[in-house]
Write a protein that binds this ligand. Structure first.
Ligand SMILES: *Cc1c(COP(=O)(O)O)cnc(C)c1O
Length: 417
């Protein structure tokens, strides 16, 4: 980054510091990952220079000879990898992708039904402060009070009662597999369309480590920057019959020109995701989450739903008498980065909830395995027990950094300009 260093030493220095931080901490935020050097190169390429409103061969700007080939190639890779009839690779990110789907398939005031945010759903699934909750009527289903899992019979009852036009399956803080087949059946029964939002689990699905919604959903949205390990961006996959409506909703409905550098980097990520190594990666994410969950439970932690079968763990810290925010901040001092999170039926406020959310996609990208997960669980226990002891947290941080040094992070080459 010699030119950057010359032109803008402040920005250069901040990037270098963030790079070191990402390398020397254990990143347990389940929506984060480390992209490959190849994805970074495509993402930082001159494709950022080009405007391409429209779709391949139907553009509003000239000079698209290479861009058209590029976007067509990435669309074909997306369709093939997910077995989808149609793919739109232009959404700027996950939330705009969902908005585009609502715009494509619904009229203002139609009813959508998704999982409530406090129960693990995403903001963009109809939460009241978002456009999705204000331009459409939103009803939300909870998880079961006892099991903390989706109660499919309760979802069916609610759908029969509410008659939504769109039923949404997908979550951001749900540690269990989602049965997309049942969601598809419920949608069909009540005459709703079904959208699966696989932002968190796309990489697991591609790897065969989580059931696949494509056979059951009318539309599938996903970010590409979480377990799929691509650049920040998103895709919409759908049945052919919805292709025109989806495409028109993305452009010109919601967006202007696509980010071609991102499109290219998505293409690279899709190519990487089609390899046997990625398949292994997806399964290792789940094995790692399970190992960490088991060790945490052995150490007396209360895991929402009693464990995990995906990449994600939600800890209810009530029995440890340390609120989620305090725990997350203490962990950060010990070089373990996670986020505080509401747990289902949380008696505490969202800004200071009872839980923390952990995930294994990023640490698995560094090649860490079950042994390291058990070590991380042990550190988490020590941190929660000494959350006010800065000296102890600093000592743990030293141990954490020592382990990080043994596991290089993809895309980060310290000292290389
Ligand atoms: C992360 C996420 C999104 C939104 O993605 P952004 O790129 O942050 O807008 C949408 N849906 C789900 C389920 C997510 O987890």
């Amino acid at each position: 980054m010699q030119a950057l260093k010359q032109t803008d030493p402040e920005i250069y220095e901040l990037i270098r510091q963030e790079e070191r931080y990402e390398l020397e901490t254990i990143r347990l935020i389940p929506s984060e990952n480390y992209v490959s050097q190849a994805v970074l190169e495509a993402s930082g390429s001159i494709l950022t220079n080009k405007y391409s409103e429209g779709y391949p061969t139907k553009r509003y700007y000239e000079g698209q000879r290479y861009i058209d080939q590029l976007e067509s190639l990435v669309i074909e890779r997306a369709k093939k990898l997910f077995g989808a009839e149609h793919a739109n690779v232009q959404p700027y990110s996950g939330s705009p992708a969902n908005l585009a789907v609502y715009f494509a398939l619904l009229k203002p005031g139609d009813k959508i039904m998704g999982m409530g945010l406090p129960h693990g759903g995403h903001l963009s699934h109809g939460w009241n402060v978002t456009m999705s909750g204000q331009f459409w009527k939103s009803v939300q289903y909870p998880v079961d009070r006892e099991t903390k899992r989706i109660d499919y019979d309760a979802v069916r009852d609610a759908a029969r009662r509410e008659r939504p036009q769109l039923l949404i399956a997908g979550a951001s803080a749900y540690p269990r597999q989602i049965d997309f087949r049942i969601f598809g059946e419920i949608a069909k029964e009540v005459g709703a369309l079904m959208m699966a939002d696989i932002a968190h689990i796309a990489g697991l699905i591609v790897a065969g480590a989580h059931p696949d919604p494509v056979p059951y959903a009318d539309v599938v949205t996903t970010t590409v920057h979480k377990t799929l390990r691509g650049p920040r961006g998103a895709m919409i996959l759908c049945r052919k019959e919805f292709a025109d409506r989806i495409d028109r909703a993305v452009f010109p409905g919601l967006q202007g020109g696509p980010h071609n550098h991102t499109t290219a980097a998505i293409g690279v990520a899709l190519k990487e995701a089609a390899t046997p190594a990625f398949r292994e990666y997806g399964h290792q994410i789940v094995r790692n989450a399970r190992a960490m969950a088991q060790e945490l439970m052995r150490r007396g932690f209360d895991l929402v739903s009693g464990g995990t079968d995906n990449h994600l763990i939600l800890i209810d810290l009530t029995n440890k008498n340390v609120p989620g925010k305090k725990a997350a901040k203490a962990l950060e001092k010990a070089a373990i980065v996670c986020n505080y999170n509401t747990v289902p039926y949380d008696p505490r406020k969202p800004f200071n909830p009872s839980g923390i959310r952990l995930g294994t996609p990023a640490v698995t990208s560094r090649g860490m395995g079950e042994e390291q997960m058990r070590q991380i669980a042990a550190w988490i226990e020590q941190v929660i027990a000494r959350a006010d002891d800065d000296a102890a947290l600093a000592r743990i941080a030293e141990e954490v950094r020592a382990m990080c040094r043994a596991f290089p992070a993809p895309g980060i080459l310290l000292g290389a300009d």
